[in-house]
Design a protein around this ligand. Structure first.
Ligand code: 6PG
Length: 486
């Protein structure tokens, strides 16, 4: 705490693990910010202020001191592991803060927790903001994409501070007021769902090229580096090339060949799918990415299934370059579907929870700083700017043309993967979604017939209004049902 004890910081950070420390350093590096810092254990705080004297941090040993070191309206960003720890810190800050102050949760909280917390804290007169912060440790330090929810009142104070630390894309800070209460954490959750799909698609592209062409990870890194110069330019393609180039010091083998092939997940992808199921939004590409991680982490089942028969021919492609180009196009088309599905979930969430979320703004703040940042997000921003009421991203002219160009290759890749016995759940489910979305007739008519047969759940007809039921166990005449088709 400063000698004077005067309230001199305009922003504070609670929780000084790597993300919190980096965010605090980012804040301190920006003109006009004086940053108060507090951590449950003093050692972390002491390390930070010792290692970064240039930051001019205002350290405190207690939450009380921390609150006293903040100028009003006191504004603090909580950067602790999402969960019960967050509630404990919120309670401490509510105790120490006054009406008009602002508490920001910068962790990956579940948006329904944020809705609950925002309501409870608001009753004390204090503002609560759930803010998704994307970009990992590097982003926290040098410029993340930030997705704050909460009240407009809080945004008045918080907005300029977050704009001072956010990544910049096309001259714009990658932060916007997403919407009220849990909107920010909801959009961050969907960001993570799209991230899972993006990562799975890139992994499937690698697997197909590796197994179809025999190229080494380093050679595939060169392919990805080439792709990164075009429409697939993105952070995830860029870092995947780096991962594939990495050689394991101990064995001299490509690192990717010594990494255990079981993917972890902290839960945000699963939340995206669970929420989409509740909202009735088909996010098949995202779901298959989440399930692919689950499947990879079932060693006992995989060992038991290892002897199950697959294709009896070795998978080799005739024309390597043509196949690689097919995979590139299939990746782009599948990526379009994953983002389209993600934005559909944002629209459904906004309707369900009463948020006024501007899809174009979300696309624009995802152009930089976040894990899914990509040149492609400029195209999404443009699509929503041209048509804010776009009902499906994939139908926007640019994206319609892109999938039109890519669809033959996309189909060839899905066929090749199936014939070669190479799992491509994200590629295949994205193509199935695309074909389902554009089909003029779906076999849902058969399902309605089945449901009416065993459950008298009724059905509608294409040729007249009303709700109908067939007397399947009787003379099978059709009657009009008073109720609605359910
Ligand atoms: C980000 C990332 C980050 C993510 C972790 C763990 O936007 O910076 O999405 O928030 O939660 O990287 O992700 P997993 O769910 O894959 O463990």
């Amino acid at each position: 705490m400063s000698e004077s004890g005067a309230a001199q910081a305009n922003i504070g950070v609670v929780g000084l693990a790597v993300m919190g420390s980096n965010l605090a350093r980012n804040l301190a590096s920006r003109e006009g910010n004086t940053v108060a810092v507090y951590n449950r254990t003093w050692e972390r705080t002491d390390t930070l202020i010792t290692e970064h004297p240039e930051a001019g941090f205002v350290p405190s040993k207690t939450i009380g001191e921390f609150a006293a070191s903040l100028a009003k309206p006191r504004t603090a960003i909580i950067m602790v592991q999402a969960g019960r720890g967050t509630d404990a810190v919120i309670d401490q800050l509510v105790e120490a803060f006054e009406p008009g102050d602002i508490i920001v949760d910068g962790g990956n909280a579940l948006f329904t927790d944020t809705i609950r917390r925002e309501k409870a804290v608001r009753e004390t007169g204090i503002n609560f903001v759930g803010a998704g912060i994307s970009g990992g440790e590097e982003g926290a330090l040098n410029g993340p994409s930030i997705m704050p929810g909460g009240s407009k009142e809080a945004w008045q104070t918080l907005g300029p501070i977050l704009k001072s630390i956010a990544a910049i894309a096309e001259g714009e800070p990658c932060v916007t007021h997403v919407g009220t209460d849990g909107a920010g954490h909801f959009v961050k959750m969907v960001h993570n769902g799209i991230e899972y799909a993006d990562m799975q698609l890139i992994a499937e592209a690698y697997d197909l090229i590796r197994r179809g062409t025999g190229k080494s990870p380093a050679e595939i890194a060169d392919v990805f580096a080439e792709w990164n110069k075009g429409e697939l330019e993105s952070y995830l393609i860029e870092i995947t090339a780096e991962v594939l180039r990495q050689v394991d010091a101990e064995t001299g083998k490509p690192l990717v060949d010594v990494i255990l092939d079981q993917a972890g997940a902290k839960g945000t992808g699963a939340w995206t799918v669970q929420t989409a199921l509740d909202l009735g939004v088909p996010v098949s590409g995202i779901a298959e990415a989440v399930f692919a991680r689950s499947l990879s982490s079932k060693p006992a089942q995989r060992a038991a299934a290892a002897e199950l028969p697959g294709p009896d021919t070795e998978f080799t492609v005739e024309d390597t370059e043509a196949f690689i180009e097919d995979v590139r196009q299939a990746l782009y088309a599948s990526k379009i579907i994953a983002y389209s599905q993600g934005f559909d979930e944002i629209v459904a969430g906004a309707e369900q929870y009463g948020w006024d979320i501007k899809k174009g703004d979300i696309a624009s703040i995802w152009r930089g700083g976040c894990i899914i940042r990509a040149q492609f997000l400029n195209r999404i921003t443009e699509a929503y700017a041209a048509e804010p009421g776009l009902v499906a991203l994939v139908t926007a002219p640019y994206f319609r043309d892109a999938v039109t160009t890519a669809q033959a290759a996309w189909r060839r890749v899905v066929i090749a993967a199936a014939e070669a016995g190479i799992p491509s759940p994200a590629f295949s489910s994205s193509l199935a979604y695309y074909d389902g979305l554009r089909a003029d007739r779906l076999p849902a008519s058969v399902i309605q017939g089945q449901r009416d047969f065993f459950g008298a759940h009724t059905y509608k007809r294409v040729d007249k209004e009303g709700t109908f039921h067939t007397l399947w166990s009787g003379d099978r005449t059709e009657i009009e049902s008073a109720g609605s088709s359910h």
